[in-house]
Write a protein that binds this ligand. Structure first.
Ligand code: GLV
Ligand code: MN
Ligand code: MN
Ligand code: MN
Length: 392
């Protein structure tokens, strides 16, 4: 089996953070898209982009009710090698396995690469699949801004897409009969090489903007300060306290403005990621954190604005597809996941399933993310078996 992950191992390495920083429509992701186009071409697949920036590689004639598999090539900042690319390279390798067997799909079949799944550049996860399904409006997407002030609309335009033509794509949606995404498992949920997904936690992202008064770190008496870093810090602690009973709440990004050592910040943006098994519990956790953040802001004479940047309810993958795949793959286990995926967005529109490949350390969204070559190979065989089962 060709080692396609090794082929792209040097693309988008992040010397400062470690691991990979490959963001939607930024140079490393664009290079990977070209690499994908070439690899799909070598396999005789016909690659085209949809109007939302997602790539489709068709084996044979495009058509409705297709079997579609794939994932994403972008990463979080300083991410691992597997989250995203494993699903894409496994799809190409599954084509190789099926070709070698002489298999020809009788249903249309495509490999898809979604753009900006992590939201690592523009803040909203699963942007390509959200646009395609209409879960985000093209106007809202176009305005999303990266840390350098470049909008998604500008980045898309530069990559050759027209942001005015983006948005819900009925044609693309009608093409997908079954969608299957293979992904590295992101916790310690699998003790065999391959499993199938049962559900995804309800989850979302909220931006808490605390505003106080920028001032001098030495000349301003403590009692004269309105320092937004204080309520921001108390909010981080409140997030940990609120996340009980299996809920998760994370602050992984806290941005003081202007961000100088000898400067009391004038404002601080705190991004909250909150997740729980049910919608209600997720909302409850966010409400508790919001209440604590409001009290903390008031204590310090600061103002607070809370913006829901994205949200998705619990996803339950199609039970018939899940059970039939688990059986076809030899009775593999089904497991829930705390991570979001394009498959989770598509599940509201089409029959959708996920295959997971064991992650022995349970680390993900970090350079230490890992899956063994043997388990990755088992993933490819499982995906080939899945495609054979569905596309016959
Ligand atoms: C994406 O991988 C997420 O779960 O946030
Ligand atoms: Mn991820
Ligand atoms: Mn992923
Ligand atoms: Mn994800």
């Amino acid at each position: 089996m060709s080692d396609l992950l090794a082929d792209i191992a040097d693309v988008g390495r992040d010397a400062k953070r470690g691991g990979y920083s490959r963001h939607g429509f930024a140079p490393a992701e664009l290079e990977l898209r070209q690499w994908f186009t070439a690899e799909a071409g070598k396999r005789g697949l016909d690659v085209r982009a949809d109007r939302n920036g997602n790539l489709w590689a068709w084996w044979g004639k495009p058509g409705r009710n297709a079997v579609v598999t794939g994932s994403h090539l972008d990463s979080v900042p300083g991410g691992g090698a597997f989250d995203g690319p494993l699903g894409v390279v496994s799809a190409l390798q599954a084509v190789d396995v099926l070709r070698a067997k002489g298999f020809v799909p009788t249903r249309p079949f495509a490999v898809v690469v979604f753009v900006e799944e992590e939201g690592g550049r523009f803040g909203v996860a699963c942007l390509g699949s959200r646009l395609m399904t209409g879960a985000i409006s093209p106007q809202a997407a176009a305005k999303l801004t990266d840390p350098d002030g470049v909008t998604f609309g500008e980045a898309a335009h530069k990559a050759g897409f027209d942001p005015l033509r983006m948005g819900r794509d009925e044609r693309a949606l009608s093409m997908i009969g079954d969608f299957v995404e293979l992904h590295v498992e992101q916790g310690r949920g699998l003790d065999v090489p391959v499993g199938v997904a049962s559900s995804i936690l309800a989850h979302g992202r909220w931006r808490f903007s605390f505003t106080g008064e920028g001032n001098h770190a030495g000349a301003t008496l403590i009692e004269d300060r309105r320092d937004p870093m204080l309520p921001a810090s108390r909010m981080v602690l409140a997030a940990r306290r609120a996340a009980t009973g299996g809920a998760r709440a994370t602050v992984g990004r806290l941005i003081p403005n202007p961000g100088g050592t000898n400067v009391i910040a004038s404002s601080v943006d705190v991004w909250l990621d909150a997740r729980a098994a049910e919608d209600e519990r997720t909302r409850e956790v966010v409400a508790e954190i919001t209440a604590a953040a409001s009290r903390a802001a008031e204590d310090e004479g600061c103002s607070l604005k809370v913006t829901e940047e994205s949200y998705g309810d619990t996803v339950h993958f199609d039970p018939d597809l899940r059970d039939s795949l688990a059986a076809v793959l030899g009775g593999v286990p089904a497991l829930p996941t705390g991570a979001g995926h394009d498959a989770g967005i598509l599940a509201a529109h089409t029959r959708t399933a996920m295959l997971f490949v064991r992650n022995p350390t349970g680390v993900s969204h970090a350079p230490e993310e890992f899956a063994s070559s043997d388990d990755c190979a088992a993933g490819v065989v499982a995906l080939a078996t899945t495609v054979e089962h569905l596309a016959t």
